[in-house]
Write a protein that binds this ligand. Structure first.
Ligand SMILES: *Cc1c(COP(=O)(O)O)cnc(C)c1O
Length: 405
């Protein structure tokens, strides 16, 4: 997919518009599978919260992916997209016992991340196969530095609580089939990740009926030039070897699971916006676009830097711009960024717009959410229409004559 294709899609479908390149999703999926080809039983569960359009889910299903979900609504969307319940994994945090029971009744693998619910669920349903989410308290701190931080993290059951966890499992005679971790931080240093894996193996030795080990995600993709990227091939080589040795020790071929979101879809996405106004002030030149943090909140929420390209004038002379939105809040996408000279009406393309972009969008300022297009076999397929005025009114109940003052 090239700049001219994106420009044509912006013209055909209008802006603001999200575009996803199916081929890129496929190549990332293949890359991960290949890196772990030495592991007999590998499963990739796409973390759908990154991008949950049903067409994207269908695409990943066809590639052979499973699904990682964090809410019952995501489970329902996955089933709707055609995933078998056995291919869906449910990894919530802080949800009610009732929701976990409902998801279990759908035939989906549940993952429990606190001792209170574990004890309640195990007491009521001792035969249900359950996965446990542990918190290894590992995070990367510089290159070779391993710090046991994250003590305040709300995720998972602390490994320091292992004696209590084992006691609950013994008392309830519940059936633990998997151990899971997902630290949520970027894997910048493979040695740190392998160190966390050892903690997972240690935890696994406490349970005799395991079927899988789930290493979560944290694969880092580059957002801007010179960004560090997880060396998947290196990780694959080292972790596969260690995992296979553990299986031998354990006496069983376990399944190795990963749940990447960002790695699979981030770089496949482009967000196309139109420049409404170029505004010169005493200190800067603003390019004001037909979008805001209602459509792409990552730069304001986490300070993420999305590369921005002027695809209407790709060869133009570079100048400094502040790219801002049209929302009545400070919604700066880029500060003092070098971009090829911008004219009003130009189309700006935001890179890495596949993960946590549309899925975090809202109707703030009563703006419509953008449309989504899948680029497949050299053609753009509309997979979500632009919203209309009726969409803003849906579920709203106006006052009637009886209820007015
Ligand atoms: C969000 C999430 C992921 C995906 O993380 P990425 O950084 O997008 O790869 C995986 N597992 C769980 C449990 C998550 O909550």
């Amino acid at each position: 997919m090239q700049g001219k294709d994106l420009l044509q899609l912006a013209e055909q479908f209008g802006t603001p518009l999200y575009v996803y390149d199916a081929e890129k999703i496929q190549s990332q999926f293949n890359r991960l599978t290949k890196a772990f080809s030495k592991v007999d039983k590998l499963r990739i569960n796409y973390a759908m919260k990154a991008l949950s359009n049903v067409a994207i889910l269908q695409l990943l299903k066809d590639m052979g992916s499973g699904l990682d979900t964090v809410s019952i609504q995501e489970v329902l969307l996955g089933l709707h997209a055609g995933f078998e319940p056995e291919k869906i994994f449910y990894t919530p945090n802080g949800v009610s016992l009732e929701e976990i029971e409902e998801v279990n009744a759908l035939g989906v693998q549940i993952n429990i991340d606190n001792l209170s619910i574990l004890e309640q669920f195990g007491t009521k349903h001792p035969n249900v196969p359950v996965c446990i989410r542990i918190n290894p308290h590992v995070m990367a701190g510089g290159n070779t530095n391993i710090s046991v931080g994250h003590i305040d993290s709300k995720f998972g059951i602390s490994i320091h609580q292992m004696p209590h966890l084992v006691r609950i499992v013994e008392n309830t005679k519940m059936n633990i089939v998997g151990i899971h971790m997902h630290t949520g931080s970027d894997i910048l240093d493979i040695e740190v990740f392998l160190y966390a894996a050892e903690i997972l193996f240690d935890a696994a030795r406490n349970f005799k009926n395991l079927e899988f080990l789930d290493f979560g995600s944290g694969f880092k993709v580059p957002y801007k030039k010179d960004d560090i990227e997880t060396d998947i091939e290196e990780l694959g080589k080292k972790l596969s070897k260690r995992f296979n040795a553990f299986c031998e020790e354990y006496g069983k071929d376990l399944t190795l699971i990963f749940e990447p979101g960002k790695f699979l879809v981030s770089q496949a996405g482009f967000f196309l916006t139109k420049v409404n106004v170029v505004k010169q002030t005493t200190s800067t030149v603003f390019a004001g676009i037909d979008s805001g943090f209602n459509h792409l909140i990552r730069p304001m929420l986490y300070g993420s830097q999305h590369h921005i390209e002027n695809i209407s004038n790709p060869k133009g002379k570079e100048r400094f711009y502040s790219v801002v939105g049209y929302i009545c809040e400070t919604d700066t996408f880029a500060n003092n960024r070098r971009i090829a000279e911008i004219k009003e009406g130009d189309i700006l393309s935001f890179h890495n717009a596949g993960a946590y972009c549309f899925s975090m969008s809202s109707n703030y300022n009563s703006r419509y959410k953008p449309a989504e297009v899948l680029w497949l076999h050299g053609k753009g397929h509309l997979i979500r229409a632009h919203e209309k005025f009726e969409d803003l009114l849906q579920n709203q109940i106006p006052l009637t004559t009886e209820t007015t003052i």
